[in-house]
Design a protein around this ligand. Structure first.
Ligand code: ATP
Ligand code: MG
Length: 177
């Protein structure tokens, strides 16, 4: 029997309930899922506050808490390369073979389509609230970000001092008098 393996790629800054719902849905459709953590080299910026290692822990512990069998998925960091024409090869180099790609991103869809992959656009759950951008905004403004992520993600972000980190990064540099 051939294993049907899918790929989902996202920066997951941080993983939120939308990602979780879509991961659970895809796991019903494939034998194994590769969760690719994009822009893996980035951290300590307002758009990408967490390291790849921190994001991998958030994803793994969130799925463990949901009771997902760890033999059903791989979490693989993927650094950016700024050459779209060879990006699919770059992803393939880092991952087990896969046949179906789940992405809502038109560029990602197009690049895999041109390499003859089956491409599916997964449904978006409550997209106004369930987006990394909204969560990071709430972290800065003191809004309720906790409501939009898993308990394990809250624990880990607190352990990483994540809220102070993103607020510190948000401060303007104090100019000399
Ligand atoms: P950001 O605002 O930082 O871009 P994001 O919420 O868009 O964060 P990404 O890390 O960019 O999350 O994740 C990319 C992929 O995750 C999307 O292409 C989409 O397939 C999936 N995804 C993101 N948000 C949701 C959601 N609310 N429901 C279902 N899938 C989602
Ligand atoms: Mg996005």
């Amino acid at each position: 029997m051939t294993v049907k393996r899918g790929l989902l790629i996202g920066r997951m800054q941080p993983i939120h309930e939308g990602h979780l719902q879509v991961i659970l849905k895809i796991l019903d459709e494939v034998d194994e899922l590769i969760i690719a953590v994009g822009s893996a080299q980035k951290s300590h910026t307002l758009d990408n506050p967490f390291t790849a290692g921190e994001r991998i822990l958030m994803i793994g512990q969130t799925l463990a808490d949901e009771g997902v069998d760890p033999s059903k998925y791989y979490i693989i960091p993927i650094e950016d390369i700024n050459t779209n024409a060879i990006w699919v090869s770059h992803v393939k180099m880092m991952t087990p073979p896969f046949s179906v790609v789940y992405s809502g991103n038109p560029l990602v869809q197009r690049l895999f389509y041109e390499e003859n992959y089956e491409v599916e656009a997964p449904p978006l759950f409550n997209r106004t609230l369930l987006s990394g951008t909204e969560i990071r905004k709430r972290m800065i403004n003191g809004g309720n970000w906790e409501k939009l992520v898993s308990d394990k993600t809250i624990e880990l972000i607190n352990a990483f001092d994540g809220i102070n980190r993103i607020r510190h990064l948000y401060k303007k540099e104090i100019s000399e008098l």
